[in-house]
Write a protein that binds this ligand. Structure first.
Ligand code: MN
Length: 241
């Protein structure tokens, strides 16, 4: 059975073509898959399960129809939608995965993660990440009204865009030591992630053995899906048109 992976769709009401493409994908190609894995940043921003607007609700409905039709879908949080919680899972029937998850793909053990934790050269981002993952801060944030949460998120997004514009491209990519560490910690030869928006199948030498790091693409100009069949991985693009 084909296993599908997507990430970094960054769905947002201002980019309806991407959302329409994803909804078509859920009704079409994704129906032939064994499992669909969404490895984070499905949404451009997620300020809490109780704050979904009409655009987000259309996506929740589509995911619910997908799982109700008997298809398996699993979601791992990204840096933009790390506040996805139990409400989302109950609403959609999608299984929430831990930030680092081990699965088996066609007989091979694979580590799934969003990918932001591998970008350790981006020190300011890693500081921000540690901050937003403090439980007490998160609880405080979720206690705010959805409107205020939206304003805080927009402010944080503006700061992040301004900061990223001045960062050299290398520091926005994964750090090779962090990658090797992730492979070793989980004892795997296969890693699948997104976040960097640099789709590729990398082969590398890990302690004398061949390892693979598969990177998913973002949904900006077109959709990007990793198909994993019994022949192996294949990155495919789907047109927004
Ligand atoms: Mn990301």
């Amino acid at each position: 059975m084909t296993v599908l992976f997507v990430s970094d769709l960054h769905l947002d009401a201002t980019r309806p073509a991407a959302t329409e493409c994803f909804l078509r994908f859920l009704e079409g190609a994704a129906r032939n898959a064994g499992t669909l894995y969404i490895l984070g940043d499905l949404f451009e921003v997620w300020t809490g399960d109780d704050a979904a607007g009409t655009h987000e609700i259309s996506i929740l409905d589509a995911l619910q129809q997908y799982t109700r039709a008997g298809h398996r879908c699993a979601f791992l949080r990204g840096n933009r939608d790390f506040l996805v919680g139990a409400g989302f899972a109950a609403r959609t029937g999608v299984t929430l995965l831990p930030d680092e998850s081990l699965i088996e793909v066609h007989g091979e053990r694979a580590l799934l993660l969003h990918g932001d934790t591998l970008c350790t050269d981006d020190h300011s981002y890693q500081r921000y990440r540690r901050l937003v993952h403090v439980r007490a801060l998160r609880a405080l944030y979720l206690a705010l009204s959805p409107q205020v949460r939206g304003r805080v998120a927009a402010y944080a997004r503006g700061r992040s865009l301004a900061a990223n514009a001045s960062k050299p491209p290398e520091i926005m990519d994964v750090n090779s030591v962090a990658v090797a560490d992730a492979f070793r910690r989980h004892g795997v030869q296969l890693l699948i992630h997104g976040h960097t928006h640099r789709p590729a199948v990398h082969t590398l030498d890990l302690d004398g053995k061949a390892a693979r790091r598969v990177v998913l693409g973002a949904w900006y100009e077109q959709g990007s899906v990793l198909y994993w069949t019994d022949k192996g991985p294949e990155l495919r693009q789907i047109s927004f048109a």
